[in-house]
Design a protein. Sequence first.
Length: 364
Amino acid sequence: MAIQVDTSVVRGGGEACLQLADDIGRALEYFDNHIDKAQSWAGGALIQWLLSEHSSYASRVDSGLMRSKALMIASGGALDDVARRFDENEYDAQVSVRDLFDDLDPGVATAPIDGSTEHQSIAVGSPSAALVPPESSVADPAFAVVWNIINWPDYISLSYWGRQLLNAIFQLVAPSLTEGQDLFEFLAQKLGGDWDKVALAGSAFGHLGDFFDGLAGEVNNLAVDVFAAWTSGESADRAGEYFAELAAAFAAQPEVYGDLALKYSNAAWAAFGACQGLLSALDAAVDALVVFLMGFASVGEALAAIFSGGATAVPAVVSAVIAVVEAFSSAWGAMMTTLSLTIAAGATLGSATTNIEFVSLPEV
């Protein structure tokens, strides 16, 4: 009995596997470019605590991508060997290719992919199209506008402008020490960590998850095409099971990458909130000290001084107005401190409680 197989289609499937291996190579480059493997990459005590397993996560991602590439290269070679063996033996039923396809998941009886298996919808042209440049959620322009609006009292705060003056002087004298970053944010990040780096890493993890989602669909679809042209024989069933397990292994990856994206995004917001809370607390304390040194115990007392008959002299009125502004700025700073620390606390809890469970990929 002749085996029904179109070797040109099978060989084309092998070439498609090798193209996907090249795509995985691009994912490895993306990973190397956007995610630093060093444990001290983002600095800050808070980040170091929340992402204490960063080096381990990075190592698992790197090895997973390497293993994925090896699997696709092996799959491409196996399909090419199938086509060659059948070509050489004129589709003889005795040709065996079972040895070319291992059972990737021996503990589970997986239904093989065949020509009747449904194609999966692919949103983009290739899996690597998902590897777009990462974006920092903390640096989102819309959020920056909102944050600046609710921080408007900074512009009437003496402590805020004092910080701006000190930072400007520092940038003129020794800008290289902070690489142009605001001096006070730089110092605060020594405690919290570099939230932009962490947010970008989280975004990159998310895109790698999208990559694996596309990879699983591509593997499924190329296998459907192959087994529509290789329709009979025990070896076809064995190969169909192999590709079904391979596609399932890739399809299981996006979940952990989504968890990584969430964990790192929350860690970034925790660092941002801690830093902003520290700066707001500093401004509030300095503004309150200014009010105290001007001889006013509260904003109410300063307002009373403005409208009292004893404050008719211009200097007294000016002092009272400044005190009112500083008292208001101090109170607003205390509110912003509370808001920022609430953001930090919630994000810290979210990051700390996100468990990362990697799904192992089969070995070649």
